[in-house]
Write a protein that binds this ligand. Sequence first.
Ligand SMILES: *[C@@H]1O[C@H](CO)[C@@H](O)[C@H](O)[C@H]1NC(C)=O
Length: 333
Amino acid sequence: MCRAIVWLASVCLLICPSLSCYDCFIDVEESLRLCWGHVLTNTNVRNMDECFRKLDRIFNTNQTVIEAGRVGEGFDIKLKEILEAEILPIVEEFDQNLNMDTVYERRLQTAADNFIAAASKLPRVSGCFPPCGFQNAGAVYNCITCQYDSCEFPLDCPVEEIEVMENHKAQMWCDVAFDLPSDIEVIWRFAEEIKTQEMDQFIEVTAGVDRLYSIPSTSLQHQGTYQCEIYSGSRSIVRIYFYITVTPQLVAGHTELQEIFDLSLLPGGQLLTAPGAAPRSFLPLLLVLLTTCLTTSLLLLFLTLGVLYWSSSEEDHNEGDADDDDHFEFEMS
Ligand SMILES: *[C@@H]1O[C@H](CO)[C@@H](O)[C@H](O)[C@H]1NC(C)=O
């Protein structure tokens, strides 16, 4: 008979989907002993099922109890101590004794109130920092699953885009919003040219404790995705990505010239008369450009003349040389 009850109760506890702070911490045997002498007032009959329903109502489905149980990492042991200190004395007192359901109600309600008061004083956590990373400190105890909830963010952070001019400095910080353990290792990896988050595309660049990655002077082959992965022990905590685009300086200069050219094509020769700030600020540039053109043309002209003069004088000189050689040969023979 007793075995059958234990079996039935165990089956119910297994089937009933939601656990609670009570189920997480009090053994089934203790609950069976607690409920053994539960007597219904109106029929004066011993009824254990009603006792389990009472436990459900007071502990298992009560949001205030579940909320009080959301303690920080490691404090589930304290929750167990608090609840056992409330429940086990009642178990010993009621063991093999008959008690009215009203007595049960009063005692269990007091136990729940005391549990809520004590558990609420236990340390909580500051919470989770989205959008990525394994955040240990964000874990809170969950009385519905009897486990710690993790923050449940992916390891991979979204790719951050960085644009940098060729020959300029680029810096990347492997930084997170949440607290990191003290024993971290940082590995920087690089995937040339492409923008990716696929692990097999990367090659390892550095490993150590440095969370800053710096490129003193970027060139085109620095373009691509940089990944920084932080480990604590052998566990990966977070993977941060930067996609760097390097703008060639030649293109930058070309774009500037193109802008000047576009401006000079404004309708009605607005360049000189337009009140807008942009054309006026380009006027000196245009003058410099024209001057450069003129100077270059003049230089070319002088150079051409110079080359012409030099080549003609060279011819004269060569003829003289030939004469000298003849003299020399003549003397030798
Ligand atoms: C939950 O428990 C608290 C404290 O025991 C009680 O004041 C509250 O009424 C209960 N809530 C429900 C929905 O039963």
